[in-house]
Design a protein around this ligand. Structure first.
Ligand SMILES: Nc1ncnc2c1ncn2[C@@H]1O[C@H](COP(=O)(O)OP(=O)(O)OP(=O)(O)O)[C@@H](O)[C@H]1O
Length: 474
């Protein structure tokens, strides 16, 4: 069928309504809605009832969140054929290159964020996924570790994706469950998509951008229509045990503000701001030795590399989610390449650290774009290291003013490194280590990058995080 326009008419709630479909949008004259085809999630014609049903997500206010609209149009006999054609063509064009009716394992964490995940899921998320015809297998996690166990024994062939209705911690569990699956690499090819209902929703922000990152309907649309994106993850060796991290590792101030504020969960993500202010009052150095194997230290070069990789155009996206195949021989995780005693090419950070933050994905939270030049699959880990020597408490408070825009990156006092590996050796017993927002022992660990091992669902094949070069650095 060619991409020419298709028209029909029906009566919606007693009002005569015209439908006009083009290759990019569906225009419905009721309220004069023009809906991009990406936002159309279902269309069907029911000859017995002579009903044309269309479902889409749209914004009622320009800057508002998306909401679900389901229109039932009563069709006259004379329009039956064109209505039937409209439904078929709309569905075909709205899912161009995308498999409809995705089979989803949905994990809902009732404890996530301020404890409203179940209510939000029932009221807003599930209706959208069901309207799109997704096949849902929903589990409410009952305790810490459930998501890990489910992912570890997931029958991979049964699902197109795993949906995490929580914050960043549940995704950490899912990916670690996959890493311990009988077929780890194969499991890690099952795409994971977050729907933001936790207190830390950095992954959702990275995939959907600051405008949509907290919009559960935008995240649901990503689950329905998004394309697969391979991403690097990190292997963390600690006490002979391997953990997979996909987002961040934090020590010092940045770990204290997360793990040290667990008791303030009721505050939502404001607890991180509170934690930051509390940490700044103390302004205590984190007693560790930090060494790294740097690949790039030049901020301008890293920024230029980011700029040279604009978001992909539609035709370049992997719309079809990867199908696990039996042909690949080695489904085991790759062995870490970096030995624990290797020293060649390593540098030890010479100053006391206020914080160390390492990871992937620009946003670590709504208020902090910690890794603005991070790329999903460059095979490197971005590290931000802040010495207590080169900065005062007042400077830190001032620089956090622009933290949501990544301004900290450009501060001369902030060291920013892209590395292939790093290691940390605590020099005292007391401290926090946060890995993807979860608490880990404050003990020696070593990190290296496992390139393109995990899979996420993304709308444009890259992170969405507006980041600019200040005039003074051009
Ligand atoms: N039913 C449950 N009761 C208690 N904890 C649970 C339950 N289900 C999952 N968890 C745990 O809740 C933790 C928080 O998950 P997640 O990070 O996704 O949400 P969050 O609200 O952003 O939390 P955080 O602020 O700690 O990052 C995870 O460690 C997970 O194992």
């Amino acid at each position: 069928m060619s991409d020419t326009e298709v028209d029909t008419e029906a009566s919606v709630a007693g009002k005569p309504t015209k439908y006009c479909l083009s290759s990019s949008a569906l225009t419905i004259t009721i309220g004069n809605q023009t809906v991009p085809l990406r936002n159309v999630i279902a269309a069907s014609y029911h000859p017995n009832a002579r009903l044309l049903k269309v479902a889409y997500v749209t914004r009622r206010k320009t800057k508002g969140c998306l909401s679900l609209v389901q229109l039932d149009g009563q069709v006259e006999d004379a329009q039956a054929d064109s209505a039937n054609n409209m439904a078929k063509t709309t569905l075909e064009w709205a899912y161009k290159g995308v498999k409809p009716n995705r089979r989803l394992k949905v994990l809902v964490n009732p404890h996530g964020g301020v404890g409203k995940a179940v209510a939000i899921f029932n009221k807003s998320i599930e209706p959208v996924l069901r309207a799109a015809g997704c096949i849902l297998d929903i589990v409410h996690t009952k305790k810490h570790g459930d998501a890990y166990d489910i992912a570890k024994s997931l029958p991979l062939e049964n699902y197109d994706a795993v949906v995490s209705v929580s914050g960043d911690g549940l995704v950490h569990e899912i990916l670690n469950g996959f890493a311990n699956h009988a077929y780890p690499r194969k499991a890690l090819r099952v795409p994971v998509a977050p729907v933001p209902t936790g207190s830390g929703n950095g992954l959702s922000l990275n995939l959907l951008g600051p405008d949509d990152g907290f919009d559960v309907i935008a995240a649901s649309l990503n689950v329905i229509k998004g394309s697969s994106m391979s991403v690097d993850v990190f292997s963390i060796m600690q006490g002979g045990k391997q953990t997979i991290s996909y987002m961040s590792q934090a020590l010092g101030l940045m770990a204290d503000l997360d793990l040290g504020t667990e008791d303030l969960r009721w505050m939502g993500d404001s607890r991180f701001v509170y934690g930051l202010l509390r940490g700044l009052i103390k302004f205590k150095a984190c007693d560790v030795q930090f060494s790294f194997k740097a690949v790039e230290k030049d901020k301008k070069k890293m920024f230029d590399t980011l700029r040279s990789r604009p978001p992909k155009v539609d035709a370049e996206l992997a719309h079809q989610l990867p199908e696990p195949t039996e042909e690949e021989e080695n489904w085991a995780l790759p062995e870490p390449k970096t030995s624990l005693d290797e020293t060649e090419g390593w540098t030890t950070f010479p100053e006391p650290l206020l914080f160390l933050y390492a990871g992937k994905g620009p946003y670590v939270g709504r208020d902090f774009m910690a890794f603005p030049v991070s790329l999903p699959d460059d095979g490197l880990i971005d590290i931000m290291a802040q010495s207590t020597k080169s900065i005062t408490r007042t400077d830190v408070i001032a620089s956090f003013g622009g933290a949501a825009n990544g301004d900290l990156y450009w501060k001369d006092s902030t060291r920013y490194i892209k590395a292939e590996a790093y290691r940390v050796k605590p020099l005292s017993k007391k401290g926090f280590l946060s890995i993807d927002g979860e608490a880990y022992p404050f003990e020696d660990f070593q990190v290296e990058v496992l390139p393109k091992l995990a899979t996420l669902i993304s709308s444009c094949g890259s992170y969405i995080a507006p980041f600019h070069e200040p005039a003074s650095k051009k």
